[in-house]
Design a protein around this ligand. Structure first.
Ligand code: ADP
Length: 305
C-alpha cells in the first residue's frame, strides 16, 4: 500500500536545548483521513513545521508520497498542501490576488488558476469575498482562505494544523463537510487537533502524541474501544494455576499471586469475581491500573473546556 506520509525517527531539539520530538515514527496511508491528536505543547506543530520545512529537524527522515524532503523538497512540496495555524498571507491583498500569487508560485497558468479559484471559493463559501482585502475577513473566513490557498496546486496530501481554531460551530460543520468531500474525492487529509471529538467525527486513523512521543497509533475505532476499557490488577490468596481462563473475560497471569483483567464497557466486574471464585481463585485485593491514555485525555478535556 502506498504511503502519503512516512516519518521515521524524527527528532527536534530546539536551539535552547528543548527536545520537542523524541524520535517519532508515523505512517499515513494514501486516501486516509488522519488525526494527530495531543495536548498543547505535545509537538504537533513542530511535526508539521518539519514536514513543510519551516522547522529544521535534528534527525530522522520524512517522505511525502515517497519523496524524501531532504533529497527533493520541491518535489515533495508539490504533493503537499499545508494550512499552518498562523495566518501568513498579506492582509493588504485581496482574496483573489492571494490565490493568484500562490498559483503563480506553482507555475499554474492563469486560466487554470482562475477556474480553480472559482471552484475553491464557491466550495468554501468565499465567492462574495473574492475582491475583499484579507484583513477585512473574519477569523473563520481567513482560515478558509488559508485552505483555499493550500489547495490551489491540487496537492494529494493536505495537512491542517488545528483547522478549527477560532472557527465558530456553524462554520466548523461546513468546514468538516468540505474536508470530507475532498477526502472522498481522493485527497489524503492529516489534521492536528487537541479535540478528541473533532478527530472522532472526521478521522479514520489516529496517532496520539504527548511530550514529543507517539503514544498510540491506531484506528479511531480501536482507540475508542481502548478508551472504554479498564485494566484491573487482582491479587489472589492462593497461587494461581499455570494457565488461567475465564470465559467471556480477558485475563492474564502476572505472577503466582497476581492477575490482570480487562473490563470492557458494559462488562460486570462482579461477574468476573464470581467466576474466578467459582474456579477456586479468591481475590484479596484489587486495584485499577493507571491508564496512560486516560491521563492524556483528561488533560485534553481540560483544555477543550
Ligand atoms: P503543539 O503544536 O502540540 O501544541 P508545539 O510543536 O508547538 O506543540 O511545541 C512543542 C514543544 O516545543 C512545546 O513545549 C513548545 O514550547 C516547544 N517549542 C516550540 N517552538 C519552540 C522554539 N522555537 N524554541 C524552543 N521551544 C519551542
Amino acid at each position: 500500500m502506498s504511503q502519503a506520509l512516512k516519518i521515521k525517527g524524527l527528532q527536534k531539539i530546539y536551539a535552547n536545548g528543548f527536545r520537542a520530538l523524541k524520535g517519532i515514527d508515523l505512517e499515513v496511508r494514501e486516501g486516509d483521513f488522519f488525526a494527530l491528536l495531543g495536548p498543547n505543547g505535545a509537538g504537533k506543530s513542530t511535526t508539521i513545521g518539519v514536514i513543510c520545512s519551516l522547522v529544521n529537524k535534528t534527525a530522522g527522515t520524512v517522505l511525502v508520497k515517497g519523496v524524501d524532503i531532504d533529497e527533493d523538497f520541491p518535489g515533495a512540496k508539490r504533493h503537499l498542501g499545508v494550512v499552518p495555524q498562523e495566518f501568513n498571507f498579506n492582509v493588504f491583498e485581496t482574496v483573489e490576488d492571494i490565490l493568484i500569487h500562490q498559483a503563480g508560485y506553482y507555475g499554474i497558468p492563469m486560466k487554470t488558476a482562475l477556474e480553480r479559484i472559482d471552484s475553491c471559493l464557491l466550495k468554501l463559501g468565499l465567492s462574495e469575498q473574492r475582491n475583499t482585502r484579507a484583513r477585512m475577513l473574519s477569523g473563520g473566513m481567513k482560515r478558509r482562505l488559508m485552505i483555499a490557498r493550500a489547495l490551489i496546486h491540487e496537492p494529494s496530501v493536505l495537512i491542517l494544523d488545528e483547522p478549527t481554531a477560532g472557527v465558530d460551530i456553524e462554520m466548523r460543520r461546513s468546514m468538516y463537510e468540505f474536508l470530507r468531500e475532498i477526502n472522498e474525492a481522493g485527497t489524503t487529509i492529516i489534521l492536528t487537533t487537541h479535540y478528541l471529538e473533532e478527530a472522532e467525527s472526521l478521522c479514520r486513523n489516529i496517532a496520539i502524541i504527548n511530550n514529543g512521543e507517539i503514544v498510540t497509533n491506531t484506528s479511531m475505532k480501536n482507540l475508542l474501544r481502548e478508551l472504554h476499557r479498564e485494566t484491573f490488577i487482582l491479587d489472589t490468596r492462593e497461587p494461581l494455576p499455570e494457565r488461567i481462563q475465564v470465559p467471556g473475560f480477558e485475563v492474564s497471569r502476572v505472577d503466582d499471586f497476581c492477575l490482570e483483567a480487562q473490563i470492557e464497557q458494559g462488562q460486570d466486574l462482579a461477574e468476573l469475581m464470581s467466576r474466578l471464585h467459582g474456579s477456586g481463585v479468591s481475590i484479596i485485593s484489587m486495584r485499577n491500573r493507571e491508564n496512560r491514555l486516560e491521563q492524556i485525555f483528561v488533560s485534553l478535556l481540560e483544555q477543550a473546556s
